[in-house]
Design a protein. Structure first.
Length: 276
């Protein structure tokens, strides 16, 4: 499987070609640009040109782009939605300089309730993005009632928009459906009594996530998209360790799922009893 990394790991440090070089030297070639200011200042046209040139100059594949999520593209107030669209368009100008493999879109905030009008605003946001940049859009799963697997699949069925997929985040809940890309991160705690979930963005294996159980699900789902490490700090040695550990688990699971389940105390699949 293709393991990548998000520039979210650099936090508020201004993204430069030198920081991208750190990722390349850590043997990461699949890179997701995390559009945040001051992290990746996509308003700075000179910087955007230098970032865009770095990829072909170093024979690095086209990056993916996590769109800004400080602005709400499905906000109730029209001025909020217009502000979000304006920011998206400014950010997507990067696509004029370097191809983008896909973009990741956040819908709503943690804990937000679903409103049927959310589908209308989501359709408008995705249509605006694709019309402006002609790029594939992946909606990220979030711990709210708008961007769950179920809601996203419902929206896809209703909207019938082509080139639309799902980006599953391992820190935002369970993998309850098909995914086209996966963000890999961990939380200090997992299931809280009130149903809430933190968003710590630790490197995998630093928190409470059951990673062997995730690997089992990943193998059984036949997932073949990019796995993008999305940690909150620049300890790239930890990112590399997480990648190595996950590769080892994937190798074990692919060799023998039965032995894998026994080794990591995973329950056997539930058998469906046939009616006699």
């Amino acid at each position: 499987m293709d393991f990548g990394i998000s520039t979210r790991c650099f936090g508020a440090n201004p993204l430069t070609p030198d920081l991208l070089e750190r990722l390349r030297r850590a043997n990461f070639r699949t890179i997701e640009l995390h559009a945040s200011v001051p992290g990746f200042d996509y308003h700075n046209r000179s910087l955007v040109r230098r970032i865009a040139r770095w990829f072909p100059e170093n024979e690095i594949p086209a990056p993916s782009l996590h769109l800004p999520f400080a602005e709400d593209p499905i906000g109730i107030r029209p001025v909020e939605r217009q502000r979000a669209f304006d920011e998206f368009k400014r950010c997507l100008e990067l696509g004029d300089l370097v191809p983008l493999s896909f973009v990741v879109l956040h819908l709503g905030v943690a804990g937000q309730d679903f409103n049927p009008v959310s589908f209308e605003y989501t359709y408008a946001a995705i249509s605006a993005i694709q019309s402006f940049a002609g790029v594939r859009v992946l909606i990220e799963t979030l711990p709210n009632n708008i961007a769950t697997f179920e809601r996203i699949l419902e929206f896809k069925t209703a909207a019938q928009i082509s080139n639309l997929g799902i980006c599953y985040d391992t820190g935002h809940g369970e993998m309850d459906g098909p995914a086209d890309a996966i963000h890999l991160d961990d939380n200090l705690t997992w299931n809280l009594e009130n149903g809430a979930r933190p968003d710590d963005h630790l490197w995998p294996f630093e928190g409470a996530r059951n990673w062997p159980a995730f690997v089992e699900q990943l193998v059984l789902s036949s997932f073949d998209g990019p796995l993008i490490l999305e940690g909150q700090d620049d300890r790239l040695e930890k990112a590399a360790d997480s990648r190595s550990h996950l590769k080892d688990l994937l190798g074990e699971a692919n060799d023998s799922m039965e032995e894998f389940r026994l080794k990591y105390n995973l329950p056997a699949p539930r058998q469906i009893e046939e009616d006699e």
